[in-house]
Write a protein that binds this ligand. Structure first.
Ligand SMILES: NC(=O)C1=CN([C@@H]2O[C@H](COP(=O)(O)OP(=O)(O)OC[C@H]3O[C@@H](n4cnc5c(N)ncnc54)[C@H](OP(=O)(O)O)[C@@H]3O)[C@@H](O)[C@H]2O)C=CC1
Ligand SMILES: O=C([O-])CC(=O)C(=O)O
Length: 442
């Protein structure tokens, strides 16, 4: 059976090889009451979970689901998203753009549980952009991933045309135009940061190789899993055929947190805060830049005259916001992180408002600020809305800002030495600064 067909989008070729499972597809079709019209050659439903869902709709006993190793390694369309409908009568689809492929790792995790529904709703790409979600999980999360896909089915999003799930990045990332890399092992009690860098670095090295092999040549990659700057560096080093500029480490949550704290102090609504840069690492050395930020168009230091608060309390509040939230919630920021991923994507697909900018962790080569080359560092960017960005040139520095930036830079250079074995730059040597911490660590 084919995946959902759009009059305006080509059907992907993921399942054309699985003709041996055509029989299963026919079984599933006979047990579904959904009206199905094949506008192209039918493709087989290859997965057991399709039976479970269609049969539960009609109270037909489900065939026994036997999942082979081969089946588990495939990225496959899920349930209702495997159907092909005749959309010719649907006028609205005429104005739709070509289907966009979005791959998400850690898709069964907490952040994804918020993010996927934003992507499917049209909030990120707009009301004319149909979306295909390609969800990456693992052996341990596969059932949860099925649950996520079932919730996506039940949400009936008109723009959500395809959902596929899998555990092999070489399958899931095929033709991805966006890759949102969220899955990563959380740091456990007693685990050294070097250990976390190594374990998660291996995940991102593997995923970089997979993107390099099968993703769109212009895929935009947003690394969320921590330590996200160095994971992004590892990922891009393992994907030499994809422009390094396309890789981002998520620091938009930090930008949003900084805007909120400035608004609170100034007694204004947070939409009045602009030009907010987060410099450096998504860690407790990050630098929320109050020198260049503005409130109601005026420099922050003119609006907030308590400069001691800006240098000491504000900076630390932003750096440690994630840790405080974990103390309150018992788990790390998930909903606000998902919002910030959506914000980061929107900033790349819509033109940046005149005079403003946004923060994202990007590859430093060629930066105009004197920051070390060849790391991933959060900096101020503008976009024309084409998925690309330029670094902002007219930035002011003072001694305080320079010193803080240098500290975060030193931390990232140390992280880079620590993962040299994963970036193809020789033998790793770990001399991480003592106080190196993720925002979630206190
Ligand atoms: N940059 C930022 O601003 C922020 C980053 N984060 C980071 O995002 C990441 C995901 O957070 P969240 O969704 O809340 O986390 P969850 O624990 O809910 O999900 C993380 C997912 O990571 C996957 N994973 C990959 N490898 C391992 C492993 N070895 N052990 C356990 N899980 C693994 C799991 O999926 P599977 O089994 O399918 O692989 C799991 O579902 C974390 O690294 C977190 O620190 C969080 C907040 C802000
Ligand atoms: O440390 C974590 O996992 C959470 C995190 O990044 C944040 O809240 O900014």
């Amino acid at each position: 059976m084919a995946v959902a067909d759009l009059t305006t989008s080509p059907v992907t070729s993921t399942y054309t090889k699985t003709s041996s499972r055509l029989h299963s597809s026919q079984l599933s079709l006979s047990s579904t009451r959904l009206s199905v019209h094949f506008s192209r050659s039918p493709r087989p439903i290859p997965r057991a979970q399709n039976f479970k869902i269609t049969c539960s709709v009609n109270q037909v006993p489900a065939p026994v689901a036997v999942q082979t190793e081969e089946a588990k390694n495939k990225s496959e369309c899920f349930g209702v998203f495997c159907q092909t409908y005749d959309l010719k009568a649907e006028e609205e689809t005429k104005s739709w753009k070509k289907l966009i492929n979005v791959a998400v790792s850690g898709a069964a995790g907490m952040i994804s549980n918020h993010l996927l529904f934003k992507l499917a709703s049209g909030e990120v790409f707009g009301p004319n952009q149909p979306v295909a979600l390609k969800l990456l999980g693992s052996e341990r999360s596969f059932q949860a991933l099925e649950g996520v896909a079932m919730e996506l089915e039940d949400s009936l999003y008109p723009l959500l045309r395809e959902v596929s799930i899998g555990i092999n990045p070489y399958e899931v990332f095929e033709d991805a135009e966006w890759a949102l890399l969220i899955g990563a092992k959380p740091r456990g009690p007693g685990m050294e940061r070097a250990g976390l860098l190594d374990i998660n670095g291996q995940i991102f090295a593997e995923q970089g190789k997979a993107l390099n092999a099968v993703a769109s040549r212009n895929v935009k990659v947003i690394v969320v899993g921590n330590p996200c700057n160095t994971n992004a560096l590892i990922c891009l080093k393992n994907a030499p055929n994809i422009p390094a500029k396309n890789f981002h480490a998520l620091t938009r949550l930090d930008e949003n947190r900084a805007k909120c704290q400035l608004a609170l102090k100034a007694g204004v609504f947070y939409d009045k805060v602009s030009n907010m840069t987060i410099w450096g690492n998504h860690s407790t050395t990050q630098v929320p830049d109050f020198l260049n930020a503005r409130i109601n168009g005026s420099p922050v230091k003119e609006v907030i005259q308590d400069h001691k608060w800006l240098e000491e309390e504000f900076t630390e509040k932003v750096q440690k916001r994630g840790g405080l939230l974990i103390q309150k919630w018992g788990r790390s920021s998930a909903a606000s992180t998902a919002v910030s991923i959506a914000d980061a994507m929107k900033s790349l697909v819509t033109p940046t408002p005149e005079g403003d900018w946004f923060s994202t962790g990007v590859y430093t080569s060629g930066n105009p600020y004197g920051i070390a080359q060849d790391i991933v560092f959060s900096m101020p960017c503008r976009s024309k809305g084409d998925g690309d960005y330029e670094l902002v040139k007219d930035i002011t520095f003072d001694e305080y800002l320079r010193q803080r930036i240098a500290k975060s830079e030193a931390e990232l250079l140390a992280e880079k030495r620590c993962v040299a074995h994963l970036t193809g730059e020789g033998v790793a040597f770990c001399d991480l600064p003592e106080d190196t911490m993720l925002p979630g660590e206190m």
